[in-house]
Design a binder for this molecule. Structure first.
Ligand code: MBD
Ligand code: FE
Length: 280
């Protein structure tokens, strides 16, 4: 829809960069571990240069592009699309519960708290999209329901825009923190999401287009599920038969994370998905 104010790559990118800068990341990496990782990372890159016979013009284009990504505020976008899935794979090694997936650049903490049966905040035009009723239970590894667990849910609207990263959307549109009932259950009404195209008008888009790639992610819901005394799981849910499921630009799908909703007599899509949390 070209009539609406467009959240450009620069706009959503710099919003994502500002959000991340405010979080002030830290890690307790020792100098020895850092030296080992840095050495291997650089030597992997050196090997690619030698194997492909990378030229000076190509090196200069690379340098320019790195500068453009930073100036465009697209590091959160680029890193989460092309790198984060490997870090998530490391985390997954130590987990038995529900499969995780990448967080991506568009999470915002402290979304409005909603009761166990509720509807995400949405605009009148969002209400014209097929509703999705998403129900289930949060349990521990033994199947015990977890009362008072929280499901932070966020996703794009039907035009592929996320609230807080697109100027025309009200804050917290299609975002909420749902608290489970006494048995760990929830029933959340939202809208059936559409496939998502990452911004093509900035350096990340240029990176993809210059190698004849595509910028699409399959339609997805983002979730962080947490409960006292349990490990939180950051994940995404996808839709059976959806476009781009087998070629996600962010390499973040897993077979265990695919929903297959059925359309009810009420015209709404209905699906159940349960979350299992590892002990903290
Ligand atoms: C998204 O919506 C997303 O989920 C990821 C991983 C990257 C860019 C946009
Ligand atoms: Fe997303």
């Amino acid at each position: 829809d070209t009539a609406m104010p467009s959240p450009t790559a620069a706009g959503s990118g710099s919003a994502a960069t500002d959000k991340f800068k405010n979080e002030r990341a830290t890690a307790d990496t020792s100098p020895e571990r850092l030296a080992a990782i840095a050495k291997d990372a650089l030597s992997a890159l050196h090997n690619v240069i030698l194997e492909h016979g990378v030229t000076y013009p190509e090196y200069r284009v690379f340098k320019q592009w790195l500068i453009d990504v930073g100036e465009g505020g697209e590091w959160p976008l680029f890193l989460d699309v092309f790198i984060e899935h490997a870090v998530e794979e490391v985390l997954a090694r130590s987990r038995k519960g529900t499969k995780g997936s990448i967080e991506g650049p568009y999470y915002v903490a402290n979304a409005p708290i909603l009761p166990s049966v509720s509807t995400l905040p949405m605009r009148a035009e969002d209400r014209e999209i097929t509703p999705l009723v998403f129900a289930g239970q949060v349990t521990d590894l033994d199947g015990n329901g977890l009362a008072g667990a929280s499901l932070e849910l966020w996703h794009a609207d039907n035009d592929g825009y996320y609230s807080h990263f697109a100027p025309h959307l009200p804050d917290w549109n299609l975002r909420g923190t749902i608290i489970t009932d006494g048995d760990g259950r929830y029933e959340i009404t939202t809208i059936q999401p559409a496939p998502y195209q990452i911004p093509t008008d900035g350096p990340t888009g240029q990176f993809i287009e210059a190698q004849n790639g595509h910028p699409w992610r399959p339609a997805h819901l983002h979730l962080i599920v947490s409960a006292p005394g349990k490990e939180s799981v950051t994940t995404q849910l996808y839709f059976a038969g959806g476009e781009w499921l087998d070629s996600d630009v962010a390499s973040a799908t897993k077979p265990e994370l695919i929903l297959d909703p059925t359309t009810g007599d009420d015209g709404k899509n209905h699906v159940t998905y349960n979350f299992v949390l590892d002990p903290a």
